[in-house]
Design a protein around this ligand. Sequence first.
Ligand code: CMC
Length: 429
Amino acid sequence: MPETARLTLPDGKTLDMPVVIGSEGERAIDIGKLRASTGYITLDPGFVNTGACQSGITFLDGEKGILRYRGIPIEQLAEKATFVEVSYLLIYGHLPNKEELARFSSALTTHALIHEDMRNFFENFSNTAHPMAILSAMVTSLSAYYSDGASAANLESFDLNAARLISKVRTIAAFSYKKSIGQPIIYPTDKLSYCANFLKMMFALPTEEYVVDQELVDIMNLLLILHADHEQNCSTSTVRIVGSSDANLYASVAAGILALWGPLHGGANQQVIEMLEHIHAEGGNVKKFIDLVKDKNSGVRLMGFGHRVYKNFDPRAKIIKQACDRVLKKTGNPDPLLDLAKQLEECALADEYFIGRKLYPNVDFYSGIIYRAIGIPTNMFTVMFALGRLPGWIAQWKEMMEDPDKKISRPRQIYTGPVLSNYIPREKR
Ligand code: CMC
């Protein structure tokens, strides 16, 4: 007998609703017939209790600190996989065999260049433009060049456009950095791997030989893998909402990039470093800053702390914290901000304010310290997050488009404005 949940309304009427059970035992009440049967809707600001879809991509248990892509623990992927493999896994549902990986990698290589005309676009942004503004505009522009862009009506071009997007976003990110520092653009190199190519496009100069550092390539793979998907977060939900109107893949992803930019989401990694720099400049008084955060009137949050879903620890933060020590040892440049971050974490985790609210370091708390160590400027941190999250957005868009029950996203509301009133002629106001 399928499980049901019974709702009793104020007038005594009842409604039995099916219970949906996920493969890891998560339970949801299917309210699909609620409004049609009762006239009621549910109200859930911030979608704290609302499942927007059923998905087979990422499993996350916030109480136990579990994160798995297509069933595989993030710890295993972080240790053993490459970002390209993980991208394939997320998008196509299984780890690629030798031929599949070769085909996918070759598609990424083939599509690494952007249309030469698009290079002119970079010239017209001001030097102070935030790279996330440039990235989102450039991704939207891609749809002007690839009018065969994957859409609901044209899913057969999905593979081609997914590869284009993953490859070109990397090129766009590196070009926007070169533009911001006034250096010549470095083109991608076919024989280099995905991450090695990115590092070269970011840091090489035409005047000198660039030697790829495998340890930096490994660390970049790790960071991108850790960011690659996180089920129905703000930017992914945005990609799904935009895509639900049958907008094409580029338009949907560009919207996701803009959602990610916000300081409560992917923008937090930039904010963390700015916060640490501020505390450092003020003399490094960690206790004073924690007191400021606890003062509700200050409006100050401990950036890189807290998560809507993780209430125990964020497994990504654990992996990144360990990697921080490794990277700083390798570069030989100890970063005072890492010590400060560790002190802040220790102080917060011992404080009742953070304990009671189950606030722990999230993925953004330590990632900026690694980005800094490998030479990535602070305002590019969220672009790095976007680069990592891209396969997740693409996988979620594809899953939604292939879902026979797909519907345009259109939440309802409870209206609280004025009741019926009449137009007052202008001369009488
Ligand atoms: N510093 C201080 N207090 C906090 C923080 C924080 N970082 N995060 C949450 N709180 C408090 C909040 O004030 C509230 O207190 P009270 O119950 O007294 O009103 C309580 O904890 C619950 O917070 P919330 O804002 O209702 O929780 P949420 O689930 O809506 O928000 C969050 C989650 C991530 C937006 C929030 O924790 C936050 O703003 N963190 C800082 C920004 C950040 O690091 N964002 C990156 C998130 S992880 C990467 C990603 O997905 O992008």
